[in-house]
Design a protein around this ligand. Structure first.
Ligand code: FES
Length: 179
C-alpha cells in the first residue's frame, strides 16, 4: 500500500506502547515549537495533516500527546483523527525513540526468508521487545512493513540506511556501527 510521498509503507507497530488521549498532561513539552512546525503550512488544507505530523516528529523526535492536542486545535480537527493518522504510518512515532531506529521488515517476502526468527534474535540481543527502546537510548526496534527490498530480504533499515540478506552475524556487525 502506498502513502504520501516520503512516508510510504504504512503499517502498524506491534509491541509499541504509544501514549493515548487519557494520559497525564506533560508540562515539559515545549509547545512553542508548534509555531515552527506550522510555519508556511496552510492549516485549512486537508493535506496538511501528514506534513505537520512529520514536522512535529522532526521537532520533538516523536509526536508528544500535548502536541497532538495543540495541533488538533490549530488544524481544526480532533485529536482522535490525528492519532489515527499517526498510528497508521511506521515512520511516525507516538513514543520517544532511541538514537538508532531499526526497522526490520517482516512482510511476506522477508517473512519466508526467516525475518521472524531474525526479529527474535534482534530482540534477544538488545533485550527489548519490538516497538521498545533500550535503556541506554541507543536502539529502538520496529517491526516494519515492506521497505522495498523484497528480492533481497530479509531486509532492515537503521535510521536511513538499508541492509539486505540479513543473518544474525550480519545484524551483529551492523549494530556495532551505530553508537
Ligand atoms: S517484504 Fe521485506 S522488503 Fe519487501
Amino acid at each position: 500500500m502506498k502513502g504520501v510521498a516520503g512516508l510510504e509503507r504504512p503499517g502498524k507497530r506491534r509491541g509499541e506502547r504509544p501514549h493515548g488521549p487519557h494520559e497525564k498532561y506533560n508540562p515539559g513539552v515545549d509547545l512553542s515549537l508548534i509555531s515552527v512546525v506550522l510555519k508556511g503550512i496552510d492549516v485549512r488544507s486537508r493535506d496538511a495533516i501528514l506534513p505537520v505530523l512529520r514536522r512535529t516528529q522532526e521537532a520533538y523526535g516523536y509526536i508528544p500527546r500535548e502536541a497532538v492536542f495543540e495541533l488538533a486545535k490549530r488544524l481544526k480537527t480532533t485529536p482522535a483523527h490525528l492519532y489515527g493518522v499517526a498510528t497508521f504510518y511506521d515512520q511516525l512515532s507516538l513514543a520517544p525513540q532511541g538514537r538508532n531506529v531499526i526497522r526490520l521488515c517482516t512482510n511476506m517476502a522477508c517473512h519466508v526468508n526467516g525475518a521472524e526468527s531474525l526479529l527474535e534474535f534482534l530482540c534477544a540481543k538488545l533485550k527489548i521487545k519490538s516497538g521498545n527502546t533500550t535503556r541506554d537510548g541507543r536502539y529502538t526496534i520496529i517491526q516494519s512493513e515492506c521497505i522495498g527490498s523484497c528480492g533481497r530480504g530479509p531486509a532492515m533499515m537503521v535510521n536511513g540506511d538499508s541492509y539486505y540478506g540479513l543473518t544474525p552475524r550480519k545484524i551483529e556487525r551492523i549494530l556495532a556501527r551505530y553508537k
